[in-house]
Write a protein that binds this ligand. Structure first.
Ligand SMILES: N[C@@H](CCC(=O)N[C@@H](CS)C(=O)NCC(=O)O)C(=O)O
Length: 221
């Protein structure tokens, strides 16, 4: 039986691959594990059946036999632990790759997410512009340090790993802000990851869901 993941029935990012099911799809593609996708509406996400999978009523979730997981990082880690290809065999290198996953989720992603929140949820407040400037500075601090560490290497620590996968997916959300462009080696890093065939397949799959949802909405009019 293939694992089942959940994704937005109609993604608010309009198929740009920014929703967090993308990182799970991408990890599964990297290791060659097919999956089934259960699409959920915003309403269904907040209902008990989905909250039993994710107490916060969010996507993505992951079901495999008796195992039900939420949190994209935990799901990617599980996939990477179960299959070859996303974590090195050497114990120390493996732990360092996992540390990069945590860095992506705990150090890099939070201010990026805050920027989106400030724009979307607080865009009409008198203090928004100042807040956005402050968040951008925090993001620059993180990107500057990440850029220095990456240097001229292809990936964060040796071969491409789950750490790079989660990091790149967190960085992708920054593209429209122009902030990433201030760090050419990070732009190249993201482009290198996007060029991976597994990324391309995962991106096409989530985009097809959005295209179908648009088609359905037009036909219903
Ligand atoms: N930390 C969680 C965050 C999950 C999350 O924010 N999911 C978003 C989609 S990317 C969602 O479901 N948003 C709808 C909502 O919160 O109602 C993870 O990494 O899985």
């Amino acid at each position: 039986m293939n694992p089942v993941i959940t994704a937005f029935e109609s993604s608010p990012d309009r198929g740009r691959g920014l929703a967090r099911d993308m990182r799970v799809r991408w990890a599964l593609e990297e290791v060659g594990q097919p999956c089934e996708v259960r699409l959920v509406s915003f309403k269904a996400m907040k209902e008990p059946a989905h909250r039993a999978r994710n107490p916060f009523g969010q996507i993505p979730t992951y079901e495999e036999g008796d195992l039900v997981l939420f949190e994209s990082g935990a799901i990617v880690l599980h996939v990477a632990e179960r299959h070859a290809g996303l974590l090195p065999d050497d114990a120390n290198a493996r732990m360092r790759a996992i540390a990069w996953m945590f860095a992506a989720l705990n150090t890099i992603e939070p201010p990026i997410h805050e920027l989106a929140n400030a724009r979307i949820l607080e865009g009409d407040k008198p203090w928004t512009a100042q807040r956005i400037d402050a968040i951008k500075e925090r993001i620059r601090t993180r990107l500057g340090d990440l850029s220095v560490r990456l240097g001229e290497t292809d990936w964060l620590d040796g071969a491409f790993s789950a750490g790079d996968l989660v990091m790149v997916h967190a960085l992708l959300r920054l593209k429209p802000s122009g902030l990433l462009d201030e760090y050419p080696n990070l732009v190249a890093y993201v482009a290198r990851a996007e060029a991976r065939p597994a990324y391309q397949r995962a991106f096409a799959a989530q985009r097809a869901v959005f295209a179908r949802s648009q088609h359905k909405a037009r036909s219903a009019k």
